[in-house]
Every structure is written in structure tokens, then in C-alpha cells.
Design a protein around this ligand. Structure first.
Ligand SMILES: [Zn+2]
Ligand SMILES: [Zn+2]
Ligand SMILES: [Zn+2]
Length: 368
């Protein structure tokens, strides 16, 4: 996430509703990708979920028939606000959702609400579990359900330890479930051709294995030993769909954090870059990406390898745990590359096939 600037020249952040220097009420305008001042008779007004519930700082055109912003239009069910604490929990959920919506927009994959696309649009349901009626966070045919309890820090921390998920977070939930949603849109609703599906199966495994059985096996037996060599998380070993979702979420962690680092001018010494960790074979993919120029992806990987030791040490310096407790191995890197390529292809950012070139020369050039 990048920092923004108020017209008064003060720095503003994505979540701000007021400039602390000039006192103006501000909000995020997705159309111009900037923070704008809300003028009394201006062209922009705050989203109704902001004015009514204090959970949104995005703006909508003042003459818009829909009082909700692009992110809030995705909601079908909002939480029961008569439950004590749900207002704060919902605000945390929405803040995370907006971050992820921002990322997807910037990746060229804007999230379309079901109200605009009855076939493949997305819906969010924020549900409060009740005795005898549990809520399972998940995706199903374009509907993402969020269990409101996850926005409770104590409950989420308890789940984080119970499920051995070092990175369990609200933003992570949105990224993970969106991955399932895009898989559904691309592979089941048929945006993507069979060649890519075959490629997916070669990289992540065959998703036609029974999902329910696979999950049961995972919860009963845990991950296979040595999973760290091939999977980004324990849970990603449960089924190829979960591997896709976990790896996709990880790719978004990387690209969002790199945007933050780039725009805040953070960088770490290149002497820490383990350039030899990823041999050429680690990123080569089957068709349709067999001849894709991996330069852009290697750039991401290179900067990531440069940044992560620094952010871990920064976090430890501040008395916190490692911010990035992961090790990227060649098989994981290859999956990340697949996701990078699939996103580029669908968003139309992928340039035409280029001749294969020697990755090592790129790495050496970077390291020089
Ligand atoms: Zn200002
Ligand atoms: Zn909103
Ligand atoms: Zn999942």
C-alpha cells in the first residue's frame, strides 16, 4: 500500500478519514486512486457505510444512485449490529476487504459485484455464528462467507495457534477466499481455456480428487512430513484448491508489501539476497506459459528476498515475532510464478510470448 498526499501536502494513509494537519474530512476515491477532501457541496460524498456505521472511508460520486462504494456494494449480508462488538469487528473486516479490493484493482483484476454481473459477480456475507449454527469462512459459487468471530483478536489468535497458521489474519482470509472465487470464475465458469487448467494440474495437482475426503484426511492426519519443501503452508497440502488459495494469498502478501516498500523507499542490502536459491528450473512452467519471459516475476522474487530478512529483523527489534516466517523453495516459487502468470494473462498485462532466455543471466545482472 502506498502513502497518499492531502492537497495541504500532509501525508495521508489509506484508512484515514481526516487530515490531521488541515482538519479536512477525507476519503479514498477509487476512480482516481487518490485520497480526496470531502467538500460540503463537492462532487464526492462518503460511502453510506461510512456515514451510517463508521466502517468505510471510500467515496462515491455525489450524484450516484447507489450510496455504497465499490467495496461495500459487494456485501449481501452485513453483520447483526445489535450484537455487542460487531460494529468494531465489522469495521476491521471492511478495512481488510478494502485493502484487498485495492490490490485486485491494481493487479488489473477488479472484483465485480453480483449486482453487476449475475453470472460471475461476487457476494460477501458477514455472518455471526449462533449456538447450533456455526459459520464457516469459505467460498461457494461466488459467495464468500466470513465468520464475524474471526475479527475478534482473541478468537483469531486462538485459531491461529490451533490451526498452526503463523500468518492467520483478516487480510489473509480475504486473499485466500478470493483465490477460490477467481479459480471458480476462471476454471469453472470458463474464462480460461483447458490448456491453462492442464497447466494448473501439473503445477498444483489434480483438483478432481474428492475435496471433502481430502479435507477430512488433512484434519485427521495433518500435513505429510517434509511438506515445507513443496508447500507454503500446512493447510495448502490439504487439496490442490487450498494450495492454489494459500499460494495466491502469499503472492498478494508479497506484491502488496513490495508496493509498500517501494513507495516508502525501503530497501535492504543486496548482500542478503540468496540468488542461488532458485535455479532456472524452479520457475519454468508448462504451456501456455512455457515461453513466458520470467523477468517481471524474478524481479518480484528478487526484491522480496531482499526485503524479508529486513522486515523480520525490524519486527524482532520492536519486540514482535518474525513478520515473515516462511521459506520459499523452488517448488513453491514455481507455483507463485504460475499465479503471477495467470493473473497477468487474465488481466491482459501479459505481453506476447518472447523467446526463452537464460534466467541466470538475469539473476547475475541483478546481483551485480
Ligand atoms: Zn490536509
Ligand atoms: Zn464503502
Ligand atoms: Zn480455502
Amino acid at each position: 500500500m502506498k502513502p497518499f498526499t492531502c492537497p495541504c501536502s500532509n501525508i495521508l494513509f489509506f484508512e484515514n478519514t481526516q487530515c490531521l494537519k488541515c482538519g479536512s474530512n477525507v476519503g479514498y476515491d477509487a476512480a482516481s486512486d487518490s485520497m480526496k477532501i470531502i467538500e460540503p457541496e463537492g462532487k464526492l460524498k462518503q460511502c453510506a457505510n461510512g456515514t451510517q456505521h463508521g466502517v468505510c472511508n471510500w467515496l462515491v460520486p455525489a450524484d450516484s444512485a447507489n450510496p455504497l462504494c465499490d467495496a461495500c456494494q459487494l456485501n449481501r449480508t452485513i453483520p447483526d449490529l445489535s450484537v455487542q462488538g460487531n460494529g468494531e469487528r465489522w469495521a476491521r473486516m471492511e478495512a481488510s476487504k478494502r485493502r484487498v479490493a485495492y490490490s485486485m484493482h491494481h493487479l488489473g483484476l477488479p472484483i465485480i459485484p453480483r449486482t453487476q454481473d449475475a453470472e460471475t459477480g461476487l457476494i460477501f456475507d458477514f455472518l455471526q455464528p449462533m449456538p447450533g449454527a456455526p459459520v464457516i469462512t469459505g467460498h461457494d459459487f461466488g459467495i464468500i462467507t466470513l465468520n464475524m468471530e474471526e475479527a475478534d483478536d482473541a478468537i483469531r489468535e486462538s485459531n491461529r495457534q490451533k490451526f498452526r497458521e503463523p500468518h492467520r489474519s483478516l487480510v489473509g482470509h480475504f486473499r485466500h477466499e478470493l483465490a477460490h472465487y477467481y479459480w471458480w470464475v476462471w476454471f469453472e465458469k470458463g474464462t480460461i481455456d483447458i490448456e491453462l487448467l492442464n497447466s494448473f494440474r501439473e503445477v498444483f495437482g489434480d483438483e478432481r480428487q474428492d475435496y471433502g475426503t481430502a479435507l477430512n484426511n488433512y484434519y485427521n492426519g495433518g500435513p505429510p512430513s517434509g511438506w515445507q519443501g513443496t508447500h507454503i503452508s500446512e493447510y495448502s497440502t490439504a487439496h490442490p484448491w487450498e494450495d492454489w488459495a494459500e499460494t495466491w494469498a502469499h503472492y498478494l502478501h508479497m506484491t502488496d508489501a513490495l508496493e509498500t516498500a517501494d513507495t516508502f523507499g525501503l530497501s535492504a542490502g543486496r548482500q542478503h539476497v540468496p540468488v542461488t536459491r532458485f535455479p532456472k528450473e524452479s520457475v519454468s512452467l508448462p504451456a501456455p506459459f512455457a515461453n513466458v519471459d520470467p523477468g517481471a516475476f524474478m524481479d518480484i522474487l528478487y526484491h522480496w528476498a531482499m526485503l524479508t530478512p529486513a522486515i523480520n529483523e525490524m519486527s524482532l527489534s520492536l519486540g514482535q515475532r518474525d513478520l515473515y516466517p516462511f521459506v520459499l523453495t523452488p517448488p513453491i516459487v514455481r507455483k507463485l510464478h504460475f499465479i503471477h502468470c495467470a493473473m497477468e494473462r487474465v488481466s491482459g498485462k501479459m505481453t506476447e510470448k518472447k523467446p526463452v532466455f537464460n534466467l541466470w543471466s538475469v539473476l547475475r545482472r541483478k546481483a551485480a
